[in-house]
Design a protein around this ligand. Structure first.
Ligand code: THU
Length: 129
Protein backbone atom coordinates (compact mmCIF):
# COMPACT_ATOMS: atom_id res chain seq x y z
CA UNK A 1 0.00 0.00 0.00
CA UNK A 2 1.23 3.48 -0.85
CA UNK A 3 0.77 5.47 2.34
CA UNK A 4 1.76 8.87 0.92
CA UNK A 5 -1.76 9.79 -0.26
CA UNK A 6 -3.17 9.09 3.19
CA UNK A 7 -0.36 10.96 4.95
CA UNK A 8 -0.80 13.96 2.66
CA UNK A 9 -4.54 14.00 3.36
CA UNK A 10 -3.91 13.90 7.12
CA UNK A 11 -1.51 16.85 6.77
CA UNK A 12 -4.06 18.78 4.74
CA UNK A 13 -6.69 18.27 7.45
CA UNK A 14 -4.27 19.21 10.22
CA UNK A 15 -4.36 22.71 8.78
CA UNK A 16 -8.04 22.92 9.71
CA UNK A 17 -7.52 21.98 13.37
CA UNK A 18 -9.47 24.20 15.77
CA UNK A 19 -7.11 24.36 18.74
CA UNK A 20 -7.40 27.68 20.61
CA UNK A 21 -6.67 25.95 23.96
CA UNK A 22 -3.87 23.44 23.35
CA UNK A 23 -2.46 24.91 20.12
CA UNK A 24 -1.65 21.28 19.28
CA UNK A 25 -2.80 20.46 15.76
CA UNK A 26 -3.58 16.89 14.77
CA UNK A 27 -4.71 15.56 11.41
CA UNK A 28 -5.97 12.10 10.50
CA UNK A 29 -7.06 10.34 7.34
CA UNK A 30 -8.68 6.96 6.96
CA UNK A 31 -9.06 4.56 4.08
CA UNK A 32 -12.33 2.63 4.17
CA UNK A 33 -13.20 -0.77 2.74
CA UNK A 34 -14.78 1.07 -0.24
CA UNK A 35 -11.43 2.76 -0.90
CA UNK A 36 -12.84 6.12 0.14
CA UNK A 37 -10.64 8.51 2.07
CA UNK A 38 -11.95 10.72 4.88
CA UNK A 39 -9.89 13.32 6.68
CA UNK A 40 -10.37 14.89 10.09
CA UNK A 41 -8.81 17.37 12.49
CA UNK A 42 -9.09 17.93 16.22
CA UNK A 43 -11.87 20.31 17.20
CA UNK A 44 -11.55 21.75 20.69
CA UNK A 45 -14.18 23.24 22.97
CA UNK A 46 -14.12 25.69 25.85
CA UNK A 47 -15.65 22.83 27.84
CA UNK A 48 -12.57 20.65 27.37
CA UNK A 49 -14.39 17.32 27.56
CA UNK A 50 -16.37 18.22 24.43
CA UNK A 51 -13.18 18.24 22.36
CA UNK A 52 -13.10 15.77 19.45
CA UNK A 53 -9.81 14.23 18.35
CA UNK A 54 -8.75 14.17 14.68
CA UNK A 55 -9.06 10.39 14.45
CA UNK A 56 -12.64 10.35 15.70
CA UNK A 57 -13.60 13.26 13.45
CA UNK A 58 -12.42 11.27 10.41
CA UNK A 59 -14.07 8.03 11.54
CA UNK A 60 -17.40 9.66 12.39
CA UNK A 61 -17.40 11.40 9.03
CA UNK A 62 -16.86 8.07 7.26
CA UNK A 63 -19.55 6.21 9.15
CA UNK A 64 -22.07 9.01 8.75
CA UNK A 65 -21.40 9.13 5.00
CA UNK A 66 -21.03 5.43 4.19
CA UNK A 67 -22.54 3.58 7.13
CA UNK A 68 -20.61 0.89 8.95
CA UNK A 69 -17.29 0.38 7.26
CA UNK A 70 -14.09 -1.54 7.92
CA UNK A 71 -11.14 0.81 8.11
CA UNK A 72 -8.14 -0.52 6.19
CA UNK A 73 -5.70 2.19 7.23
CA UNK A 74 -5.45 5.37 9.30
CA UNK A 75 -2.70 7.97 9.11
CA UNK A 76 -2.07 10.37 12.00
CA UNK A 77 0.09 13.50 11.93
CA UNK A 78 0.64 16.39 14.34
CA UNK A 79 2.91 19.32 15.08
CA UNK A 80 4.96 17.21 17.45
CA UNK A 81 8.55 16.33 16.51
CA UNK A 82 7.97 12.66 17.29
CA UNK A 83 5.13 10.34 16.35
CA UNK A 84 1.68 11.00 17.76
CA UNK A 85 -0.18 7.92 18.94
CA UNK A 86 -3.96 7.87 19.20
CA UNK A 87 -5.40 8.54 22.66
CA UNK A 88 -7.22 5.83 24.59
CA UNK A 89 -10.71 6.86 23.51
CA UNK A 90 -9.61 6.95 19.85
CA UNK A 91 -8.01 3.49 20.17
CA UNK A 92 -11.37 2.19 21.38
CA UNK A 93 -13.20 3.87 18.47
CA UNK A 94 -10.65 2.71 15.89
CA UNK A 95 -11.03 -0.81 17.29
CA UNK A 96 -14.80 -0.71 16.69
CA UNK A 97 -14.34 -0.16 12.95
CA UNK A 98 -10.90 -1.63 12.27
CA UNK A 99 -10.42 -4.20 9.52
CA UNK A 100 -8.64 -7.33 10.72
CA UNK A 101 -5.32 -6.16 9.24
CA UNK A 102 -5.69 -2.40 9.72
CA UNK A 103 -2.49 -0.39 9.36
CA UNK A 104 -2.02 2.51 11.78
CA UNK A 105 0.43 4.92 10.20
CA UNK A 106 2.11 7.38 12.54
CA UNK A 107 3.79 9.93 10.32
CA UNK A 108 6.23 12.80 10.65
CA UNK A 109 6.26 13.26 6.87
CA UNK A 110 5.50 11.31 3.71
CA UNK A 111 8.94 9.73 3.96
CA UNK A 112 9.20 9.27 7.71
CA UNK A 113 6.55 7.11 9.32
CA UNK A 114 6.02 3.95 11.32
CA UNK A 115 3.27 1.40 10.83
CA UNK A 116 1.51 -0.30 13.74
CA UNK A 117 -1.20 -2.90 13.98
CA UNK A 118 -4.12 -2.98 16.37
CA UNK A 119 -2.50 -5.70 18.49
CA UNK A 120 0.49 -3.38 19.05
CA UNK A 121 -1.47 -0.41 20.34
CA UNK A 122 -4.65 -1.98 21.74
CA UNK A 123 -3.94 -5.61 22.59
CA UNK A 124 -6.89 -6.52 24.79
CA UNK A 125 -9.89 -4.55 23.58
CA UNK A 126 -13.25 -4.26 25.25
CA UNK A 127 -15.25 -5.66 22.36
CA UNK A 128 -18.33 -7.35 23.75
CA UNK A 129 -20.72 -7.34 26.70
N1 THU B 1 -5.60 14.88 20.11
C1 THU B 1 -5.99 14.30 18.93
O1 THU B 1 -6.62 14.96 18.08
N2 THU B 1 -5.70 13.01 18.73
C2 THU B 1 -5.02 12.23 19.62
O2 THU B 1 -4.94 11.01 19.45
C3 THU B 1 -4.34 12.85 20.76
C4 THU B 1 -4.93 14.15 21.16
C5 THU B 1 -5.91 16.30 20.34
C6 THU B 1 -6.97 16.55 21.37
C7 THU B 1 -6.65 17.96 21.79
O3 THU B 1 -7.25 18.86 20.88
C8 THU B 1 -5.14 18.07 21.62
O4 THU B 1 -4.77 16.97 20.79
C9 THU B 1 -4.36 18.02 22.93
O5 THU B 1 -4.72 16.92 23.67
Amino acid sequence: MDYSILIRKAMEYKERAYVPYSHFRVGAAILTENDSIFGGCNIENVSFGATNCAERTAIFKAVSEEGKTDIKAIAIVSDEDGYTYPCGICRQVISEFAAEDIKIILAKSEEEYIVKEMKDIFPEPFDKF
